[in-house]
Design a binder for this molecule. Structure first.
Ligand code: MG
Length: 388
C-alpha cells in the first residue's frame, strides 16, 4: 500500500487522483490533502478519505474550515506555504502528487524531495521555473519524478527500458486548442467563453487558457526538456486535434514509438501512482475501431499565429531565470484574462515585454532557488505595472 499526499486536491487533477484512489482502496491511503480556497469540497474529501492533516490557502479559510469540521474529527488543519510543506513531508507519506497550479506548487515539492518522497508531478511550472534545481536534487535524494501530464506520461512510457542515449527526438502532441486554424485577426476578437471551450480536454481555468494560447505546449516543451534531459531543439510540436496519440518519440535508429488512449487524465495518474507496477485499468482502452477514434490527423504548429510557443522555445534556449520570468508574467496576465480584465492577445504581448525587460536587465544563469523566487516576484510586479 502506498500512502499519498495530494497537493491541490480540489482541482481537476486532484479530484481525478482521488477517483483513482477510491477505485483502488486496497492500494492507496491518503495521509494529507491541500487546497486553495475550495474548503467545501475539501471538507467532503476529509470525510471520505480521512487524512491526518490538510492545508488551505489562508488563515481565514483555516478557521472557517475548523468551524465546519464534525466535532469528532481529528484532522489537523494548516495553512499557507508552510502548511503545504508540512503536509508534503509527513513521515508516513510515500508519494506526493503535485497537482497545484502555478509557481506556488514549487516549494512544497522541493520540501517533499528533500524529505525523500517520490513525486507524481502534474504541476509543470515546477520544472519550467526550477528544473535546474529540482532534477539534480531528485537524483541526489534518489527520488522518482513520475510525470502525470498526459504527453510526458506518454513519452516516459515510450522510452521506459530503452538504452540511455537512444532518444533522438520528442514529438510532443497538442490538440491545438479551441483556436486551431485561426488567424491573428481572428484571435484579436475571441471571447473568454470561446477560450474556455476546449475541444478535447476538460481542465481547470489556467490550463485551459494556456491551451488556447498554446503557452501550455510551450511550458510542456520546457517540462519535457528537463524530465528527459534533451535540449528544446530536439522537441517538435505536432498538432493532433483528436488527442488520441499522447506523444511520440524518435529513437536514434529512426524507430518512432507512440502511446495512445482516449483523452482521460485518470490514465496517466494511474500509471504514475502504480509505477513500476501495472494495475487493472479504469479507463476504456483505445480501440482503432471505436466511433470516438475517427480519423487521426497531424499538422505542424503555426508559430506565426501562436507566438507564445516561440517565447517558450527562446526561454528554453536562454535558460537561467528567463523561464521563471516568462512563467510569472503568464500567470499574472492569465489571471487578469480569467477575470475579464485583459484581451486574449494581451497575454502574449505582456509575456514578451516582461521577457525582453528581464533579458535587458540580465538573465542569471545557474540560479539558486532564492534567485528564481526573486525573479518570479519581480516579474509579477512588472507585469502588474504593465497591465495598469
Ligand atoms: Mg498536457
Amino acid at each position: 500500500m502506498k500512502t499519498l499526499c495530494i497537493l491541490g486536491s480540489t482541482g481537476s487533477i486532484g479530484t481525478q487522483t482521488l477517483q483513482v484512489v477510491r477505485h483502488f482502496r486496497e492500494e492507496f491511503k491518503i495521509a494529507s490533502l491541500t487546497c486553495g480556497y475550495n474548503i467545501e469540497l475539501l471538507l467532503e474529501q476529509i470525510v471520505v478519505f480521512n487524512p491526518v492533516c490538510v492545508s488551505v490557502a489562508t488563515k481565514e479559510r483555516k478557521e472557517t474550515l475548523q468551524r465546519m469540521l464534525p466535532r469528532d474529527s481529528k484532522v489537523k488543519v494548516f495553512c499557507g506555504d508552510e502548511g503545504n510543506c508540512h503536509c508534503a513531508t509527513l513521515p508516513k507519506v510515500d508519494c506526493v502528487v503535485g497537482a497545484m497550479v502555478g509557481m506556488k506548487g514549487l516549494s512544497p515539492i522541493i520540501a517533499a524531495i528533500h524529505a525523500g518522497k517520490d513525486i507524481a508531478l502534474a504541476n509543470k511550472e515546477t520544472l519550467v521555473t526550477a528544473g535546474s534545481i529540482v532534477m539534480p536534487l531528485a537524483k541526489q535524494k534518489n527520488v522518482k519524478i513520475l510525470p502525470v501530464d498526459s504527453e510526458h506520461s506518454a513519452i516516459w512510457q515510450c522510452i521506459n527500458g530503452q538504452p540511455k542515449g537512444s532518444l533522438k527526438k520528442i514529438l510532443l502532441t497538442a490538440s491545438g486548442g479551441p483556436f486551431r486554424g485561426f488567424t491573428r485577426e481572428q484571435l484579436e476578437n475571441v471571447t473568454l467563453e470561446e477560450t474556455m471551450n476546449h475541444p478535447t480536454w476538460n481542465m481547470g481555468g489556467k490550463v485551459t487558457i494556456d491551451s488556447a494560447s498554446m503557452m501550455n505546449k510551450g511550458l510542456e516543451v520546457l517540462e519535457a526538456s528537463w524530465l528527459f534531459d534533451v535540449p528544446v531543439e530536439q522537441i517538435d510540436i505536432v498538432v493532433h486535434p483528436q488527442s488520441i496519440v499522447h506523444s511520440m518519440v524518435e529513437l536514434t535508429d529512426g524507430s518512432v514509438l507512440a502511446q495512445l488512449g482516449f483523452p482521460n487524465m485518470m490514465m496517466p495518474i494511474q500509471v504514475a501512482l502504480f509505477y513500476p507496477e501495472r494495475s487493472l485499468g479504469i479507463c476504456r482502452p483505445f480501440s482503432p475501431f471505436d466511433e470516438q477514434t475517427g480519423t487521426l490527423t497531424f499538422e505542424p504548429c503555426n508559430r506565426q499565429v501562436f507566438r507564445l510557443v516561440d517565447a517558450a522555445y527562446h526561454a528554453g534556449k536562454v535558460g537561467g531565470t528567463l523561464p521563471a520570468a516568462m512563467n510569472a508574467a503568464n500567470e499574472v496576465v492569465v489571471a487578469d484574462y480569467l477575470a475579464g480584465k485583459a484581451a486574449f492577445l494581451d497575454i502574449e504581448k505582456t509575456v514578451y515585454r516582461v521577457m525582453e525587460r528581464h533579458e535587458r536587465d540580465g538573465v542569471t544563469q545557474n540560479p539558486s532557488l532564492s534567485e528564481i523566487f526573486a525573479v518570479d516576484e519581480w516579474a509579477r510586479l512588472i507585469t502588474q505595472e504593465l497591465r495598469k
